[in-house]
Design a protein around this ligand. Structure first.
Ligand code: DGY
Length: 322
């Protein structure tokens, strides 16, 4: 029987690329250059399985490029870059890689929170520029974490892992906004307060951390009104998706001092970073590093591979979405 034709759109950990190549007729992207939408559309007619990442926009136009692809096995947990309705309409299954990047992403949320609270980016820039004049009691004063409220917007796996770090590791209080109350065991463990209204959470949190999926439902959820509802002197942390935040409104609040700082790992049109943020000392800006540690990237690859293997066998897909 002919092997399945599989297209991997970006470089994956070598070990996973090797395992894929042993089992399937695989095309790897040696250059690691992002593919154009036109090339992705052509691929829909030439491959059985497409393995994209967040950097590939798999919209309805791409999906209508051909009828051969029957599985889109995404490397990553978020799937707002894939038009699920268009895929479904063509009988294409979509899978993701949940669970395996929870800890790595929670670590980056805490990295951003600490960097913003303790002005680490600002300090590093000052030092490298030769501008550090030495220790003094009033130099680059930030915020303590102990006793402060971490408000999580969305309370799924990554939010809970972040809250655990913040509560058990740094003595922070936890509040959250979500569609429903969390598992009572988690609420007890974290002494977490449920806020059924987003504005209540925003008004009481010293640090707001975003953990909702991207897409139309959450687009601009943190807009000018939401930012105005945030506590004066508070911080915004985003490891979710860039489209959730109105960055012009955020930049205004960072400039006026209404917000003390922000830590961002994601942007609406990556790799572009909103111009309005680039000159702001109190914005910590990372290049979408949430899942970027070696162990996690291998685990994500293993998870995507398991979905392709199940598809090849006609077995139930481990991680279907949509
Ligand atoms: C994810 O897995 O969704 C990360 O943001 C990378 O895509």
């Amino acid at each position: 029987m002919a092997k399945l034709r599989v297209l991997v759109t970006r470089r994956w950990p070598a070990e996973i690329e090797r395992q894929l190549a042993e089992q399937f007729d695989v095309t790897l992207n040696e250059s690691d250059e992002p593919m154009t939408e036109a090339a992705l559309a052509v691929a829909m007619a030439e491959y059985d399985v497409l393995c994209p990442t967040v950097s590939d926009k798999i919209d309805a136009a791409v999906i209508s490029g051909g009828d051969r692809v029957k599985l889109i096995a995404n490397y990553g947990v978020g799937f707002d870059h894939i038009d699920l309705a268009a895929a479904k309409a063509r009988g294409i299954a979509v899978t993701n890689t949940p669970g395996v990047l929870t800890d790595a992403t929670a670590d980056i949320a805490m990295t951003l929170l600490l960097m913003a609270a303790r002005r680490a980016g600002e300090g590093e820039r000052e030092l490298r520029a030769g501008q550090w004049s030495g220790w003094r009691p009033t130099h680059l004063i930030g915020s303590a974490l102990k006793g402060k409220v971490l408000g999580c917007v969305g309370f799924g796996r990554i939010a809970i892992a972040t809250a655990r770090r913040a509560h058990h590791g740094f003595g922070m209080k936890i509040a959250y906004y979500g569609r429903r109350e969390c598992d009572p065991a988690v609420a007890d463990e974290l002494d977490a307060e449920f806020c059924p209204e987003l504005s209540d959470l925003l008004g009481k949190a010293d640090f707001v951390s975003l953990h909702v999926p991207g897409g139309a439902e959450t687009a601009n959820m943190i807009d000018a009104d939401a930012i105005a509802a945030m506590k004066p002197g508070s911080y915004l942390i985003n490891t979710a998706r860039g489209g959730v935040v109105d960055h012009e409104a955020l930049a205004d609040a960072l400039k006026s001092g209404h917000l003390a700082g922000a830590g961002l790992d994601v942007y609406p049109a990556e790799p572009a970073v909103p111009e309005c943020l680039l000159g702001l000392e109190n914005a910590v800006l990372l290049p979408h590093l949430g899942s970027a540690n070696a162990e996690t990237r291998v685990a994500m690859g293993m998870c995507a591979l398991a979905n392709v293997e199940a598809f090849a066998k006609g077995a139930e897909l481990p991680n279907p979405v949509g």
